[in-house]
Design a protein. Sequence first.
Length: 586
Amino acid sequence: MKGKPIGGVRRAQLITTYGVGSLIAVGSESFMVAGLDRWSELGPYDHTIHERRLEKELGVQCFRLPPASDSDKYGDIPVIRFPDVQSCPGCNRLAKTRFFGAARSPAKCRECDRELVPSRFVVCCAAGHIDDFPYFRWLHKGGDSPGSDKHDLKLKATGRSASLGDIEISCSCGVRPVTMEGALRKGALKGISSCTGRRPWLGDASEECEEPPRAMQRGASGVWFSDVRSALSIPPWSEGVQKLVERDWRSLRKAHDLRGRIEEMGLANRQFSIDEIIQAVERRRQDEAGHTDTSEAALKFDEYQALTRPTEERSRDQDFVCVPWEDDAITSELAIDQVMRVKRLREVRVLKSFTRLAAPSSINPNQRAPLYAAEKPDWLPAIEVIGEGVFLRLDGSRLTEWESRADVQARVVPIDAAYRERFARFGLTPDRDVTPRLVMIHTLAHAIINEWSLDSGYPAASLRERLYVSDGMAGFLIYTATSDSAGSLGGIIAQVESGNLLTSIHVAMDRVSWCSADPLCVESDMSGTENLNRAACHACVLLPETSCEEFNTLLDRALLIGTPDQPDLGFFAHLAGGVRPHESVS
């Protein structure tokens, strides 16, 4: 909405927490972030972000930083009032906002002059639709009440407890009052209400939908999940000369006399000669003319290649600086054959869509909700993170020897079976095999993040993992994951440059060799979401969800340090001396 702002959130939250289609509580009111079609009403906006590889993958020309302005003329992010159903704490009336005569914010009851309370409940479906809870149909069991044309609903909380059974709905038609008991159960609305296909963030847009609706509390996490794509800026696109070309690409793109155009625009400077700029333009032209693979796997492999090659700093405008660190003890004791200090990195995170009820994954590609109603815009909202990191690559030969063992392969069979079952329920083929390599490297990244959060000064939620695991890749990057001042304090690089890397990994392995939930944790055959973990819980290796790219699944610390019955099972069992002895639970 234009005019005076009604509240505030951080820019980064408009990508990860409060993006298009999400609900935001502002004081006693509730609003929904409008679609990108409405963002164009904000007026002139030049805060663009470029990341060439992501632009090609998502089919856009650029990304935009969510606006943050003090201008009353243009405003900031547009929102709409949602839920539309409100209740008055004075007269207990339950109706849509317009029936209260509320025209301004904060919405008030015209009769009682009391601020209205937004409906505590909404209904969502797996296709991304959302609507007000059908109080009338819930009270009247999906039908109408004969003998009366007037239906004034009232909502009253008895105050005896916070349970749904103490929230009572009544109607002036005389139908027997009911409570909200059982309304949040799966299938509770069957025979009472079907999905309306409503998409209020896109205005009045709606569509046919056969998905069963489910009631949820409007503040529940399942109401909105962001679908975010991210990529690191790597050479050649991270170089300062490419950023210079990117800024003036429209003028350079079709220039016939390229040298003359560069001279006319005065682009050459002390850092970059005309020949270097011409070379960068030609590289960009070739990239646009080619048909390169822009899948997530291809993007990850390009990053892996960049992280394994030294990239020295040449200019201040450079987004990627990656230099090696040599330590023979790390290679011999840890089977880590490469350590790279990523002194500067830039990650671009883009909101491409969102889901409801379940987090986005490869098993529900058709259940993404759109950010726009009309024609696809040539931009998407994004943020950029400037930080630092450390890349570790494991010795391929020792890793292959370990993962070829029968006992190691048998350890991940239950996880792989659960992963395949997850896809089978939707009639889909798994997008990958769950291998010992994947589970072990993923768990190792978690163990190191937990340890470094204690030593580096960063909270665990400010660190993030990026996994590079396949037949040809065996590494991971741990880097700062925050866009504020905690993103580049130098604490991650210091874990290597201080010479404490070997010690910190020793301590990390010793720490995960015992869990306060043992022996239940280490002896678990399956745990976690949809049984996608084994020996992993919040007391040992789980992380804040913002830090893990697999949503805290595909973890098993036994592949790091072994089990009581198989102490040599783990890849790093020699560091922790196997798991600590304990008494079995009878």
